[in-house]
Design a protein around this ligand. Structure first.
Ligand code: NAD
Ligand code: ZN
Ligand code: ZN
Length: 386
């Protein structure tokens, strides 16, 4: 069986607008293994994490790699050992399938499952690849999804069944950005009624965090972005204040502009929760976000940094005596197989605004344009239509 797909062949590249980094090719799909699920995707979301193998911020374990990891679709076929889904079922694909047996799964931390090491390798747990190009080269699957392919072969643990009446374009974004950002605010940070929250970076992930914080009852939801269009969307999703560090200049050149505004807005108390959802997390920004925390505050790092950054400057005294915390957050930090259906139920009830996050749709052939638009700040979420 064959499928069209978009692949990347090189890493450590800088994205240049107009350059065709993604190559569209026809790939051969291997026969299904016993634990495989073949899913037909009508859509794939476009997430900033798809750029990291290309830039080397998250170095790819192998090349070529099929891009994309936000997928939801219809099960076409299943392997001999698969029992929980069958052809015709609708599924969201989890980017972090959990084995259920390792130390972390047993401790109730499925986003830390030992299977994640396999996932980042781009090959299936049996050590094999499922796709080959016309030169007989094996192609990996980013996050073991590779949703820039119309037909994806995923491990059965990654197929999360959802009700059939839900729109699959929205469900595809629940496969990553929504579950990550909403979970970061609600599950990992544990935002509560009356809290003050700042979200740095309002892309697909950050805007889901803004919605999570607002729905959890935060009194102040401060959105920070260098792009006014994103801030406008943030306000429509419940942000009570927005700051653009390029516009809201501080009179003090030694302070981070947005951090200064956040402190002013909170009456110099600082926030209970800071969520760092920018696309490229630098030590400087992390230090500035940490400084905006009030006593007992929590900084949740969601965005991806570069392996070259190895230190962050924070006040150790504030960590000790003000009990300020810095925590990481992978895929929302909760239990994705429970959280994804929860997020979709909240969408159905009109609480989570997900249709409003899709700015533009692209055919697979225009996947490079979708990333140009993402990096130009013209879209919140792009969706590939097959
Ligand atoms: N932890 C996880 O499990 C997980 C999952 C998905 C995505 N991510 C990461 O989260 C990050 C965000 O992803 P996304 O798809 O929302 O990206 P995106 O490109 O859609 O959004 C990033 C936003 O940050 C803004 N920004 C950049 N620099 C800024 C600054 N200095 N101050 C304020 N705003 C700034 C941009 O204008 C943009 O709106 C990426 O690094 C992505 O790889 C992590
Ligand atoms: Zn596990
Ligand atoms: Zn993602």
């Amino acid at each position: 069986m064959k499928t069209r797909a978009a692949l990347v062949y090189e890493t450590n590249q800088q994205w240049d607008l107009g350059k065709q980094f993604w190559k569209i090719e026809e790939l051969e799909i291997a026969p299904l293994g016993p634990d495989d699920v073949l899913v037909h995707l009508p859509y794939s979301g476009v997430c900033h994490t798809d750029l990291h193998p290309l830039t080397g911020d998250l170095p790819p374990a192998m090349l070529p790699m099929i891009g994309g990891h936000e997928g939801a679709g219809v099960v076409e076929d299943v392997g001999s050992r698969v029992g929980h889904v069958q052809p015709g079922d609708h599924v969201v694909i989890s980017i972090l399938p959990a084995c259920g047996h390792c130390r972390y799964c047993r401790r109730g931390r499925p986003t830390l499952c030992d299977m994640s090491a396999i996932v980042m390798g781009g090959r299936h747990p049996d050590g094999e690849f499922r796709y080959t190009n016309s030169q007989q080269q094996a192609a990996g699957q980013w996050s073991l999804v590779g949703s820039f392919a119309e037909y994806v072969v995923v491990n059965s643990q990654a197929a999360v069944k959802i009700p059939e009446h839900l729109p699959l374009d929205v469900a595809s974004m629940v496969g990553c950005a929504v579950t990550t950002g909403f979970g970061a605010a609600v599950d990992k940070a544990g935002v509560g009624v009356g809290d003050s929250v700042v979200v740095w970076g309002c892309g697909g992930v950050g805007l889901s965090a803004v919605q999570g914080a607002a729905l959890a009852g935060a009194a102040e939801v401060i959105a920070v972005d260098t792009n006014d269009f994103k801030l406008e969307v943030a306000r429509s999703f419940g942000a009570t204040a927005t700051f653009n560090p390029n516009v809201d200049r501080s009179p003090n050149p030694n302070r981070d502009e947005a951090a200064e505004k956040v402190m002013e807005y909170t009456n110099w108390q600082g926030v209970d929760v800071a969520l760092l959802c920018v696309d490229y997390v630098t030590p400087e920004l992390t230090g500035a976000a940490f400084a905006t925390l009030g006593k007992g505050g929590k900084l949740v790092i969601v965005g991806v940094t570069h392996p070259k950054f190895t230190s962050i400057a924070v006040s150790g005294l504030e960590v000790t005596f003000w009990e300020k915390e810095i925590v990481g957050c992978s895929y929302g930090g909760g239990n994705p197989t429970l959280d994804m259906p929860r997020n979709l139920r909240m969408y159905e009830k009109g609480q989570l605004k997900l249709d409003e996050m899709i700015t533009k749709r692209y055919p697979l052939e225009s996947v490079n344009e979708a990333f140009d638009d993402l990096l130009n700040g013209q879209i919140v979420k792009g969706v590939i239509e097959f």
